[in-house]
Design a protein around this ligand. Structure first.
Ligand SMILES: [Zn+2]
Length: 263
């Protein structure tokens, strides 16, 4: 039930026909897990909390470092050394104390993610590293848990897509022609803040679209854009008939590892 304060706080988005009071109430009763609270996860979590998604889960094992602050807008200089998820919770609740934020200060793996994902309606993959993203996809696609993935290649190119309702998965997407070359150069991560802000914002919007009705999702499609040239395109993604993940029967993969620390 929306309160008077809710009607005021969310009045601008309630005025949108695709949301309205019914949609806002769905958001209030929804649970979204964000894996990785770095650059993309910062933008996604800030918007998800501000928009009134009722319960957020934040999963990240890292502490805030000085090199994070140029793009991870959840954090302040005074947060250096703190667990990211704890600093993030404080920041999100400072904006919107009416929601709930659960924190998981550990890394996702196949076991804990299968277990944890059962508590959430939609998941955002803002993890880094291709192997981690494969693991997240394999668990969630097999469980039929809807989620939005995002990634960057080089410092100016981003991609976002959603896996839901038995659609093609992240593994299938990588069968696309090599529009985005992998950055295999040695050295530090090369990325710039606004690119991550854009992909995190798009992911937050995918979550909202799914939660209020599932219309117009980036499903069986991937959005790719270049933030320097401002070129943007949406490419279809075909489900591979032999993909073992998005063709799974939808059974839940249960792990033996407990959910660990939850707050
Ligand atoms: Zn697949």
């Amino acid at each position: 039930m929306l309160t008077d304060a809710d009607l005021t706080r969310y009045s601008r988005q309630i005025a949108l026909t695709n949301i309205g009071k019914a949609g806002q109430e769905k958001l209030k009763n929804s649970r979204v897990l964000i894996i990785g609270t770095g650059g993309g996860g910062s933008a996604a979590a800030l918007y998800a909390g501000a928009m009134g998604i009722g319960t957020l889960g934040l999963l990240d094992p890292d502490v805030v470092e000085l090199s994070n602050l140029s793009r991870q807008i959840l954090y302040s200089h005074s947060d250096l050394g703190r667990f990211k998820v704890e600093a993030a919770k404080e920041r999100i609740l400072a904006n919107n104390p009416d929601i709930r934020v659960n924190t998981y200060p550990f890394a996702a793996n196949g076991e804990n993610l299968a277990d944890l994902s059962e508590d959430y309606d939609f998941i955002l993959d803002d993890a880094s590293g291709l192997q981690t993203k494969f693991m997240i996809n394999d668990v969630l696609a097999t469980c039929r848990k809807p989620y939005a993935f995002a990634g960057t290649n080089w410092y100016n190119m981003g991609k976002v897509g959603t896996v839901a309702g038995g659609s093609a998965c992240f593994r299938c997407m990588l069968d696309l022609p090599a529009d985005l070359p992998a950055d295999t150069r040695p050295g530090p991560v090369r990325v710039i803040g606004p690119l991550l802000g854009v992909i995190g914002s798009i992911q937050a919007m995918e979550a909202v679209k799914y939660l209020v009705g599932g219309h117009d999702l980036l499903r069986d499609r991937v959005l790719m854009f270049n933030l320097v040239t401002l070129s943007m395109k949406i490419s279809p993604v075909e489900k591979r008939p032999n993909c073992p993940f998005c063709n799974a029967e939808g059974e839940t993969v249960k792990g033996e590892v407990s959910r660990g620390e939850r707050t």
